[in-house]
Design a protein around this ligand. Structure first.
Ligand SMILES: [Mn+2]
Length: 471
């Protein structure tokens, strides 16, 4: 057997973002992160993912923290390590498309506050929805634009589909490509095929992101690394496995002494794990960490539904007192997905398809009620779907309105001026306008809370016009 050339695999650590988003509903506060940052900075990770995705919403909505402030504090602590964020293309960190000027300003401020690598994806894999974001990132000196392919299964998702997307991504000027397998659908031997094909199609570095939900993730990483993948996403063991990523220490140990040796210091990793373990125990005790999310969920392979979407469906059905309809809804999901052109199921398409499936089942008649977001997909407002949508459903939903075929954001007028005016009274930093742009109500509540912390007066409980504040 020929000697294999040394090719250390790089590790992207997710414990400060995806791992806690997947296991504890994104509730890790900044105060849990800061004491270990110095040690994490010594590891030699390729990057640490620490921002974007649901962290922004969760900071403002549940933790009463300023997400920008978190980023600045992490940047302060990580002196050598690249910081990475997840960005939903034209949807930024929200659930609908925004105007180009908001996307551009968000990218600019993300980099200015400390982000090095922006992972950008679109729930339709419509690359037009990534153009503005990628261009904005390329303008920022030192920033890397990584484009992620939302990985999914279906007749149209052939190796040709993925390799032609990869070539287009390279032409767009991206710095790297990520295979973003949010549901844990990529099986080990398929990873060999996919990575081999992508490596042939492009010269860009390839990163693989998956979740342990279906139980195959570490085998998938092994095969992907053997096939030449450059970077894998892992989480420190206390917040690994289950709906999160494979454990960092396990992957590092696996490749030790092989041509893929990461070179990372196991002793240091052990100390970091020791730091997070008591917090994991605390989360188990207070119920944030549900043991249900920690095993193998084979339904994700059977129904091809991401873990996060499964728990959303369960809670939606609970609210409707229709928990007995769980399996009916799971059967309905692929049908709705097909009607909507078989998009990958990732935020926000996963929520749109899931909610519509719930309505279809509990109303006792399919599409008796069609949500606005379902109509918007049918109207082309989220971009081009992989397969054609169901024409009868489209007619029923849109009537005589013609669906659009151009880039959806071309129809969205600039928003920044209007937003600046609306937020002026509460603005303490330029970034506040962006928080408000994404989550107007939630950000406003946070600004009022922030004011109250300073003055002891809670404006959210008072009447602003009458200046009658409860003290
Ligand atoms: Mn993920």
């Amino acid at each position: 057997m020929a000697e294999i050339e040394k090719k250390p695999v790089k590790i992207m650590e997710t414990i400060l973002r995806d791992a806690h988003q997947s296991l504890i509903a994104t509730r890790m506060p900044t105060s849990e992160m800061l004491p270990i940052v110095d040690k994490m900075d010594q590891v030699g990770y390729h990057a640490v993912e620490c921002w974007g995705g649901a962290t922004f919403d969760s900071c403002l909505r549940f933790l009463h923290e300023d997400p920008w402030d978190r980023l600045r504090k992490l940047r302060d602590g990580f002196k050598h390590t690249k910081l990475q964020m997840l960005f939903r293309g034209q949807n930024i960190l929200g659930y609908k498309p925004y105007a180009d000027d908001v996307v551009e300003y968000f990218v600019q401020k993300s980099v200015a506050n400390g982000i090095d690598i922006i992972r950008i994806f679109d729930c339709m894999n419509d690359l037009r929805n990534l153009e503005t974001c990628v261009k904005a990132a390329k303008k920022e000196k030192g920033a890397e634009a990584q484009i992620a392919l939302s990985y999914t299964l279906g007749d149209s998702y052939t190796l040709d589909y993925w390799t032609s997307k990869a070539k287009a991504i390279e032409e767009m000027g991206a710095d790297s490509i990520c295979i973003k397998d949010m549901a844990g659908l990529l099986l080990p031997y398929e990873a060999t095929e996919l990575v081999t094909a992508l490596k042939e199609a492009t010269s860009l570095p390839i990163e693989l992101h998956t979740h342990y939900t279906s139980g195959v993730a570490s085998m998938t990483y092994l095969k992907a690394v053997e096939a030449g993948v450059d970077i894998i996403d892992t989480a420190m063991s206390p917040f690994a496995m289950g709906t999160s990523q494979p454990a960092t220490e396990v992957m590092v140990k696996t490749f030790q002494g092989t041509p893929y040796d990461t070179g990372l210091d196991m002793k240091l990793l052990e100390e970091i794990a020791d730091y997070f373990r008591p917090y994991r125990d605390e989360c188990l005790d207070n119920g944030l960490l549900n043991p249900k999310n920690m095993g193998v969920n084979i339904k994700t392979l059977v129904y091809q539904v991401p873990g996060g979407m499964l728990s959303n469906l369960t809670s939606q059905l609970k609210q409707q007192h229709a928990e007995d309809k769980y399996y009916d809804v799971l059967e309905e999901v692929p049908k709705v997905r097909q009607d909507l052109g078989n998009p990958p199921l990732v935020t926000p398409s996963s929520q749109i398809v899931g909610t519509q499936a719930v309505f279809n089942v509990i109303m006792g008649e399919r599409y008796k009620m069609i949500t606005q977001e379902t109509k918007d997909i049918l109207a082309g407002k989220y971009g081009k779907t992989t397969d054609p949508v169901n024409p009868e459903l489209q007619k029923k939903a849109l009537g005589d309105t013609k669906p659009i075929t151009h880039r959806p954001a071309d129809d969205i007028a600039p928003e920044m001026d209007k937003l600046e005016k609306e937020v002026a009274a509460y603005k303490e930093q330029p970034e506040d306008t962006l928080s408000y742009a994404l989550f107007p109500q939630v950000a406003m509540d946070f600004f009022k809370y922030r004011d109250a912390q300073k003055t002891g007066v809670d404006a959210s409980k008072g009447d602003k016009e009458d200046k009658a504040y409860p003290v």
